[in-house]
Design a binder for this molecule. Structure first.
Ligand SMILES: N[C@@H](CCC(=O)N[C@@H](CS)C(=O)NCC(=O)O)C(=O)O
Length: 225
């Protein structure tokens, strides 16, 4: 098998690429990286010195591909499947890239800030940074509420890379910073994403690890079944 994806089963950015792979039934080998283990972390730094996961390795092309959006674009170029996660139409493609960036930068990243602050060493937490992250999420939730008022998926009728980014970001964000009662369209979109078979599969595979999630106490019981 040519493709190896270096991941951690709980990590939201890894879920984004797993959803893309499952959407197209792309064959790959998942390899767990434990960044808390010095040996595993050092081996990963050799692959990608920034140390972030996921990273794709294509043995056939002898190519290391980092960064989720680049990985998904690479997969579409080299291993296309039935679901075009990057639309052919140039306007739709720009919208896809815009909302992909939006969900990564303004939902996934602030969500991660809130989560990782909980596991900082005593006395090292960053209350100001967490408050900023919560304010970013409030702004993002309001914008997504507007965007999703008349759309099935992030940019329209077709499921794209933007939805791959949205699913894990909104799943975890809604746990650590719940949506408001007025976020009707945002809530319905999150629920639609969670019903998508590729997303269901990713969540089911992550479930055995949910006990390691720093906000497990805030997880709704329905996610644990
Ligand atoms: N921009 C990167 C973000 C990847 C990222 O932040 N991954 C997290 C896991 S969800 C990570 O590697 N965290 C470990 C760390 O920051 O040390 C991408 O899209 O691939």
């Amino acid at each position: 098998m040519s493709l190896t994806l270096y991941i951690h089963p709980l990590a939201s950015f890894c879920h984004k690429v797993l959803i893309a792979l499952y959407e197209n039934g792309t064959a790959f080998h998942p390899e767990t990286v434990d960044l808390g283990d010095p040996g595993s972390a050092a081996a990963h730094m050799e692959r990608w010195p920034v140390g972030k996961i996921p990273v794709l390795f294509d043995a056939k092309a002898k190519r290391v591909v980092p960064e989720t959006s680049i990985i998904i674009e690479y997969l579409q170029e080299t291993h296309p499947g039935p679901v075009a996660l990057l639309p052919a139409d140039s306007v739709a493609l720009l919208e896809t890239r815009l909302w992909d960036r939006f969900f990564d930068l303004y939902v996934n990243v602030p969500m991660g800030k809130i989560v990782t602050d909980r596991i900082r060493p005593p006395g090292k937490s960053d209350a100001f940074g967490v408050a900023e992250a919560r304010a970013t999420l409030d702004t993002a939730y309001g914008m997504i509420e507007g965007q999703m008022s008349a759309r099935e998926w992030a940019i329209g009728q077709d499921f794209t890379m933007a939805d791959c980014a949205a699913a894990p970001a909104l799943f975890y964000a809604s746990i650590v910073h719940p949506f408001g009662k007025d976020h009707r369209h945002l809530t319905a979109y999150r629920d639609r994403l969670l019903e998508r078979p590729s997303v269901k599969r990713v969540i089911a595979e992550a479930r055995p690890y949910f006990s390691m999630f720093p906000y497990r106490d805030a997880m709704p019981a329905r996610y644990l079944r």
